[in-house]
Design a protein around this ligand. Structure first.
Ligand code: PLP
Length: 455
């Protein structure tokens, strides 16, 4: 038998070799589906922004899409009162919470949901991962799109079919586009993602468009995964779920992260059509072998949030007013400077299009959305995310702005005494969001500088 490396040489050498063998890094054996994956673009820009701040630069962070508002007091209180809850809960969710969620969707969207149709999970993102794991079929994603659907499909090994929406359609999926995709391979099992109010555009669908999409989906027997997590941040409080027009094939995805400002609480849910209980059950089976159940105190507190009431409605009304006032002001400012932006109808995102500046930007070597955002960060001190992170072509000069860099609590206090029909002007915007409004000025100036490369 050959001597092992440890058995030759002096005692000192043997010990040294044994030590280095113990500390030698193991070979890298990563699942092929995750090899080369990097943290999301959102995380990367956030880290770069923090680094620049550490260097003493003024940076306005409009990259990360987190609600600026505090969790409503009554919901926080309910969490405090339930801190003692320690038992594992049923994998599908606390029965009282499933009931409260079903009631919320009946009340808000006239969707005939029952508690048995609801699946609660640790964030809707996790449920989206689970559905892709258990459903056998392709994932159809209209772009621009939220950043995580496609990487989840990649990790699982699901095939993604992209549909590029058009700026003339307000970046929304049109029924004929969905029909054209289905015609290419009729009968193929598919989940189509809809997301409205949309991240990254803030756009929503007109009633006729929802009906058209529902008709195409029904004719082609596709499953709609309708991500309606921003529904309660529709600025006019008039969100309509597509489930009303295609109840048998629509799964609604929602949660507390956005309208209730509780992203870090990690709770989300799906509402299934009764005929799709097989899918709910399959997801619950996988959940029981992975995260077991969602945090007990959070679920108990969430009951209060979904029960609603006057304080929650007031909170929502003021949140919507703050967001729509900011959106209107920013859209005006940017459009006056020649930056195209579709006025949002809900949520806290804007999808900017610098196409009007293509030649001037090209003269400064800026020909991709990534370069555009890098220059904006380094030269104007504003962090926004490139359109390519949202599934758009690399050379398209688009970017997402999350207009959330302001103190949400102060903004709610400031807007509360203002009469509902009062027109809020720029002075109000500058008072509630001084840094963010200054950042918008810097984008406008920077773009002006881009228009004149010699300046
Ligand atoms: C469109 C969209 N869907 C889903 C999520 C995930 O939300 P949750 O916190 O429920 O996982 C987000 C979060 O940013 C989102 O923007």
């Amino acid at each position: 038998m050959d001597p092992t490396p440890e058995s030759v040489g002096t005692g000192h050498e043997r010990r040294r070799r044994a030590y280095s063998a113990r500390n030698r890094a193991l070979d890298v054996h990563l699942n092929l589906n995750v090899r080369g994956r990097l943290p999301s673009a959102t995380v990367a820009i956030n880290e770069r922004s923090d680094e620049l701040r550490r260097q003493g630069r003024t940076i306005c962070k409009l990259g990360l899409g987190q609600s600026p508002f505090p969790v409503p007091q009554s919901v926080v209180r309910s969490l405090q009162e339930n801190a003692f809850q320690k038992d594992y809960l049923p994998v599908k969710g606390l029965p009282a919470l499933r009931e409260a969620i079903a009631d919320y969707h009946r009340r808000k969207e006239d969707v005939p949901a029952t508690a048995a149709d609801v699946l609660v999970g640790p964030g809707s993102k996790e449920l989206m991962f689970l559905i892709q794991l258990v459903y056998y079929g392709d994932l159809v994603i209209p772009t621009p799109t939220w950043v995580s659907y496609a990487p989840q499909a990649g990790i699982i090994g699901r095939q993604v079919q992209w549909i590029q929406t058009r700026s003339v359609d307000r970046w929304q999926l049109m029924p004929d586009q969905l029909q054209a995709l289905c015609d290419m391979d009729p009968g193929r099992p598919r989940i189509v993602i809809l997301n409205y109010p949309n991240n990254p555009t803030g756009g929503t669908y007109k009633l006729e468009e929802l009906k058209g999409l529902a008709r195409v989906a029904r004719e082609n027997k596709v499953v709609l995964l309708s991500d309606e997590i921003y529904s309660d941040l529709h600025y006019k409080g008039q969100h309509v779920s597509i489930s009303r027009f295609y109840p048998e094939g629509t799964i609604i995805s929602s949660g507390l992260s956005k309208w209730c400002g509780a992203g870090g609480w990690r709770i989300g849910h799906f509402v299934f059509p009764t005929g799709m209980r097989w899918l709910l059950d399959a997801m619950a089976a996988v959940a029981s072998e992975t995260y077991t159940a969602t945090s007990a105190p959070i679920q108990h507190a969430a009951v209060r949030a979904f029960q609603g009431g006057p304080d929650i409605e007031r909170y929502l009304k003021h949140s919507r007013r703050v967001l729509s006032t900011l959106a209107r002001w920013i859209v005006n400012h940017l459009s006056n400077a020649g930056i195209r932006v579709e006025p949002p109808r809900g949520a806290f995102y804007l999808f900017l299009d610098f196409e009007n500046y293509r030649d001037e930007l090209a003269a400064r070597n800026i020909t991709t959305s990534v370069a555009l955002c890098e220059h904006l960060l380094e030269e104007a001190g504003v962090a926004i995310l490139p359109g390519s992170a949202f599934g758009r072509p690399e050379s398209e000069l688009t970017a997402r702005m999350a207009f959330v860099d302001f103190d949400g609590e102060k903004a709610l206090d400031a807007i509360e005494p203002v009469a509902s029909d009062a027109k809020l002007n720029g002075a109000f915007v500058r008072s509630i969001a001084p840094e963010m409004s200054a950042a918008i000025d810097r984008i406008v100036e920077w773009t002006g500088a881009a228009a004149n490369p010699r300046s």
